[in-house]
Design a protein around this ligand. Structure first.
Ligand SMILES: *Cc1c(COP(=O)(O)O)cnc(C)c1O
Length: 350
């Protein structure tokens, strides 16, 4: 076999920045314990690396969506707890019984399944307090549905935590308190990253930040306190000089009004650099901005390097993935920007 070719696209993950962000949320949420959402492969960053690093910071509770994601992280280091947010369907039972992870039970069917299969093993419970996504209705908890089960953590999830002034937050908080007073769970958990920023009323015993750990800014109160975690770079494949009137890319959405010099870089929407960045995104070379020109293609993006000192094929270009800024220019959420980062990036962990 010939040697593996070098990747033309790389993602550098700053695990110290991740750890610093974790410490910020942990301190802000004190005395509640601070967990970490590592679903969707650690928001695209690499769940294994995130779990290992945050475990060193004292994080003990990790959240994934599915048993497939849980299986990827097994075996887990002694003392860590994995919570599976989607609960379980009958087909998950063999996995759920084989692994020491906690299903977050969301429906009466899931409760019945767990009661039959593993009545003595602890589980978590999600109660719906108004988001109308996953979770048991509060009335079911009051009616004794969970009697006899050992509930590790009672959860609910906020719909509008990133809108500090939304009345939905206090309404959900009040509904959660009612259920928390009825159900004898070891711990109670309500806050995601933005929820932690809403204040101590929302912290309870355990928090579940995700986005903010990865450098996303979930709420105005977190601005300036979180470090960027990812840095994306792509290689220049071709340089090209345009004359006025020349057009660029699919559907010729850009037409040059003056002579210009362009660099074609090895990055496209298959790498999560979606077409929303067409004519809106930017890259940096030597700290100087190079606007995205024309439409982003599947594997290629074109940037304007007219104003820059000479560059060469093979040079590395940094893609602007400052999450709040990239979200504002593209209309994509910070979550989408992270979780769409594709498998073609070579991930390097600092
Ligand atoms: C994804 C998720 C989180 C983490 O939310 P962030 O907004 O990324 O901090 C917390 N709780 C639940 C139930 C989730 O699904």
């Amino acid at each position: 076999m010939p040697p593996h070719p070098p990747a033309p696209l790389r993602l550098t993950v700053d695990l110290d920045a991740l750890a610093a962000n974790y410490r910020w949320f942990a301190a802000r949420g004190e005395p509640a314990e601070c967990g970490a959402a590592v679903k969707a492969d650690g928001y695209g960053i690499g769940a294994r690396a995130v779990v290992d690093r945050l475990a060193r910071e004292g994080c003990r509770d990790f959240f994934v969506a599915t048993w497939c994601e849980a299986a990827e992280l097994m075996p887990l280091t002694e003392g860590l707890r994995l919570h599976v947010l989607h609960g379980l369907l009958p087909g998950d039972l063999p996995t759920a019984l084989a692994f020491d992870a906690l299903p977050v039970l969301n429906t009466p069917e899931q409760v019945a399944l767990w009661r039959t299969a593993a009545p003595d093993r602890p589980c978590d419970v999600m109660v719906d307090t108004g988001m109308n996504r996953l979770g048991l209705p509060a009335t079911a908890v009051g009616a004794g549905l969970l009697d006899g089960l050992t509930v590790d953590t009672l959860h609910s999830h906020l719909a509008c935590a990133d809108e500090p002034d939304s009345p939905t937050n206090s309404r959900q908080l009040a509904a959660f308190r009612v259920v928390a007073d009825i159900l004898p769970a070891r711990r109670r958990a309500l806050a995601n990253s933005a929820g932690i920023c809403l204040g101590s009323d929302y912290h309870f015993d355990l928090t579940r930040p995700g986005l903010g750990l990865y450098g996303g800014v979930p709420h105005p109160a977190a601005k300036g306190h979180l470090r960027p975690v990812i840095r994306a770079e792509a290689q220049v494949l071709q340089l090209r000089d345009l004359s006025p009137g020349d057009c660029v890319g699919y559907n010729a959405t850009f037409v040059a009004s003056a002579a210009m010099r362009l660099a074609v870089i090895n990055l496209g929407y298959a790498d999560g650099y979606l077409r929303a960045f067409s004519n809106h995104g930017q890259a940096f070379i030597g700290g100087r901005s190079c606007p995205v020109i024309g439409r982003v293609s599947m594997d290629l993006t074109v940037v304007d390097v007219t104003a820059l000192p000479p560059i060469a094929v093979g040079d590395w270009v940094e893609i602007d993935l400052d999450l709040p800024r990239a979200s504002a220019v593209s209309g994509l959420s910070q979550y989408e920007l992270l979780t769409c980062l594709g498998p073609r990036y070579q991930r390097r962990y600092l």
